[in-house]
Write a protein that binds this ligand. Structure first.
Ligand code: ADP
Ligand code: MG
Length: 587
């Protein structure tokens, strides 16, 4: 007898389940997507024990005919496509007919369903892929699916499941992203008896954002709507002050389907460029609508990725969409105010002087708290804790014209706008921004003026020396002329004219090392320009005349991106006149 066996159906289902049903969160995703495909307007999800004990999804969708119920639990049974040609245009979330049988193969599944036109509903139970019973059953219109003891018959898979807490977090994350994708559907998620998320289903994405990320963060989003030749982008992106150390707060949907996309994530990041410090990622909920023929949704087992046929165009157009949304709004972080969205009243309960709250801003210490070391994400925490509302300003707004009032601690310009609002401008950060844009322009035009310096010798290890030899032209364009002097030795002869202090040997080495690492020229350019701007800008503790302050503020206003320095720190903070009066109890 030969060695090859044909596997029985039960074993085949268990193997397939390994692909579709990775973990409890994938069960939740598949069941909720089925509910959405069934036209549900309300979906209630209840889980316990990290989803391993029980997952229940109840919807008010179209339900199933009694004859279809047992078929739905067979492999490759789907009502959503008929032939391979339909794959390119499939409008529904599901299409492979794998989810239900895969889930049923590795759990105790109970499904109860009724269509509007049927008098009675149908109940079916399947345990570990084995049919247990199907009976007529009274139920409301829609479908209720209960999945108990997930992976009870696949101990190897159970081992890969993390703690209950980690699985619960994944489930919550999954439901949040689905709720963001479907603001017209009312979602409710209950975990171990506690409500975790409720959305109204009133088709307002901004409301769902507030539910998912909390009202304070929810107010830090900017709307985006953009139509390009290839695609349409809509949704929300965060102000730079709401950024995280991971990309967790980014959700991309292509034709309504949540996907992971390094391409879209890169386009988003590039649009923020110097608005964020390194390794900080903006939040975003972006919907990309594109002709279904331009995208392949059938490239990943759990459909988490898609492939665009014209990747470069998609990248460029999403980049433009995000840039435009960022340019359309004032990005000055606003302090000390608590303006409720859409109203002029302040939150009465949020008091920035309350010393009991660790997240509040003691006003006397403002300088330390948004000094050089502060990270924007921390800043946003404080902003939001103070009840700041910046996202809902009705702005198509440009940077304000500012009159200097004086210099605070030799480092910050106190200034007033035409509306009599109070602004604090970090003189170094502001000047860095102005110079960075000026230098970028000069470099682009090939007109960056240079000065000859006393020759500075740089000795490098062979690979770095080889990299520098390759990049000599780029450094020359940036005003840094290196002359080759022997094998691994170079002499730096010029630096840009604007340098107030010469760069140190270590800084030069840092740039040269970057030349060794970078395949792309772009970031070498960026980093060098940042260093040039930093070296040339006015420093903290440099005193300034009123004329110098005025000139700086005028130049900052005409900068393309006046809100942050090239490293992503804010240049300017706003204290509205109304907020000042309120805090002095004059209102
Ligand atoms: P797919 O979604 O890829 O079609 P599934 O295994 O997830 O495959 O579901 C099989 C079929 O069962 C679906 O095509 C649909 O007809 C039916 N079905 C599943 N869940 C529901 C539901 N909640 N409401 C109505 N019909 C459902
Ligand atoms: Mg499905």
């Amino acid at each position: 007898m030969g060695k090859i066996n044909l596997l029985d159906d039960l074993t085949i289902d268990k193997i397939a389940a390994g692909e579709v049903v990775e973990r409890p969160a994938s069960v939740v995703k598949e069941l909720v997507e089925n509910s959405i495909d069934a036209g549900a307007l309300s979906i209630d999800i209840t889980v316990s024990g990290g989803g391993l004990e029980s997952i229940r999804v109840v919807d008010d969708g179209c339900g199933m005919a009694p004859d279809d119920v047992s078929i739905s639990l067979q492999r490759h049974a789907t009502s959503k496509i008929r032939e391979a040609a339909d794959l390119s245009t499939v409008p529904t979330m599901g299409f492979r007919g794998e989810a239900l049988p895969s889930i049923a193969a590795v759990s105790r599944l109970r499904l109860c369903t009724r269509r509007e036109c049927d008098l009675a509903g149908t109940l079916i139970e399947v345990h570990g892929g084995r049919f247990v019973r199907q009976v007529e059953h009274g139920c409301v219109q829609g479908t209720e699916i209960r999945v108990d003891n997930l992976f009870y018959n696949t101990p190897a898979r159970l081992k890969f499941i993390k703690s209950e807490g980690a699985e619960t977090a994944r489930i919550t994350d999954t439901v949040q992203r689905l709720a963001l994708a479907w603001p017209s559907v009312a979602f409710s998620l209950e975990v171990n008896g506690k409500k975790k998320l409720i959305t109204a289903g009133d088709n307002r994405l901004s409301d769902v954002l507030h539910q998912v990320y909390g009202s304070a963060n929810g107010r830090l989003f900017l709307p985006l709507e953009w139509q390009g030749p290839l695609l349409k982008v809509r949704g929300y992106i965060s102000r730079p002050s709401l950024a995280r150390a991971t990309r967790n707060m980014q959700s991309f949907y292509v034709n309504g389907r949540y996907i992971r996309s390094p391409l879209l994530s890169d386009a988003l990041q590039t649009a923020y460029q110097t608005l964020l410090p390194r390794n900080r990622f903006p939040a975003a909920v972006l919907f990309v609508d594109i002709d279904t023929h331009e995208v392949d949704v059938n490239v990943h087992p759990s459909k988490k990725e898609v492939r665009f046929s014209r990747e470069r165009d998609v990248y460029r157009q999403v980049l433009s969409a995000v840039r435009q949304a960022l340019h359309a709004s004032s990005l000055v972080p606003e302090l000390g105010c608590g303006r409720a969205a859409g109203s002029n009243s302040f939150y009465p309960k949020q008091n920035i002087f309350n010393p009991g709250n660790a997240n509040t801003i003691p006003v006397g210490q403002q300088d330390d708290r948004w000094g050089h070391n502060i990270e924007p994400a921390e800043l946003s925490l404080r902003e939001t804790a103070a009840g700041c509302s910046v996202a809902e300003q009705s702005d198509i707004v440009s940077f304000p014209s500012l009159q200097p009032l004086g210099q605070y601690r030799g480092s910050y310009i106190l200034a007033q706008s035409e509306d009599l609002d109070l602004y604090l401008v970090d003189q170094h950060a502001a000047h860095e921004r102005i110079l960075y844009e000026l230098f970028s322009q000069d470099v682009e035009n090939g007109t960056l003026p240079v000065q000859t310096i006393l020759p500075l010798t740089v000795e490098l290890d062979p690979p770095t020396a080889a990299a520098l030899r390759d990049k000599l032209k780029i450094f020359e364009e940036l005003g840094l002329n290196f002359e080759v002097f022997g094998n691994n030795t170079f002499i730096l002869r010029t630096v840009p004219l604007f340098f107030r202090n010469l760069p140190s040997q270590a800084e030069i080495m840092g740039l040269v090392a970057l030349a060794g690492q970078e395949k792309e020229h772009l970031s070498l350019f960026e980093e060098t320009l940042k260093l040039l701007a930093c070296k040339s800008a006015i420093k903290a503790n440099d005193s300034m005349t009123r004329e110098e302050m005025s000139a700086l503020l005028v130049n900052l206003k005409s900068a393309q991106s006046p809100y942050t320095c090239p490293h992503g720190r804010p240049t300017t903070l706003l204290f509205r006149a109304i907020a000042v009066d309120t805090h002095f109890r004059r209102r």
